[in-house]
Design a binder for this molecule. Structure first.
Ligand SMILES: [Zn+2]
Length: 227
């Protein structure tokens, strides 16, 4: 679960009336140098859920990753993102200037949004065939690619809309798609990345408890458990 591609796990503990984030619980508090050992229950360390997953382990999901590099190392909040859809075997279908790609590697640190509820057996059974048939249509030939108007987003959104139509549901337009599938994930990822890089640089990251006057960095608390 904690493979290096997804980054090291983060934990949070309480000391000096602050929430302190780090990669592991240190023997001594980095602020007061006292031993952290005999923690009260409410001070016990908790793990912070990592927003990134290995996309090749995700079935029937929408995936996002930076076009270049990885989230934890290179993403700056504005970098171009590349998106794709997984089949039931973790093959990532995505569209670029070379046409539809079927990637078996390269999406190990992705943001993922499941597209099929666990009880939708019919859709799950047909998923790979839908995805393959959809990808074989002329719309996704290499020469049709346009960086702004006919790109990886067009491909995934069209596929999601085909599925929604099949399910008798309303289609999403580009803005709804971005608001529903892209922005919540990238926002969460950005907070986590800031926290992660600060810990890499300084060994820890301390914020005041929210009930003692919230400072902006304490927003990272949202990164817990809501993925
Ligand atoms: Zn302390």
């Amino acid at each position: 679960m904690h493979c290096t591609e997804a980054g090291k796990p983060l934990i949070k503990f309480t000391h000096c009336k602050k929430s302190i984030y780090s990669f592991s619980v240190p023997r001594r508090c980095p602020l007061c140098q006292q031993e952290v050992g005999s923690a009260k229950l409410e001070e016990a360390p908790v793990s912070i859920s990592n927003p990134f997953t290995d996309g090749h382990q995700e079935k029937c999901s929408f995936l996002l990753r930076p076009t270049q590099g990885t989230f934890l190392r290179e993403y700056d909040g504005k970098s171009d993102l590349h998106v794709g859809i997984t089949n039931t075997n973790g093959v990532v279908y995505n569209y670029n200037q070379c046409g539809v790609q079927r990637d078996q590697a390269g999406w190990e640190q992705s943001l993922s949004v499941p597209l099929v509820q666990p009880n939708m057996f019919g859709l799950r059974d047909q998923w790979d065939r839908y995805l393959e048939d959809f990808s074989a249509t002329g719309a996704w030939l290499p020469h049709r690619y346009d960086e702004d108007y006919h790109n990886c987003y067009s491909y995934t959104l069209s596929f999601i809309n085909c599925i929604l139509t099949t399910e008798g549901k309303e289609q999403l337009d580009k803005n709804e798609f971005t608001e529903k599938y892209v922005i919540p994930r990238t926002r969460l990822a950005s907070k986590y990345i800031i926290l992660y890089r600060a810990i890499e640089k300084h060994g820890f990251y301390a914020v005041d408890h929210p009930d003692q006057g919230a400072s902006p960095p304490s927003e990272v608390l949202c990164a817990e458990g809501c993925v």
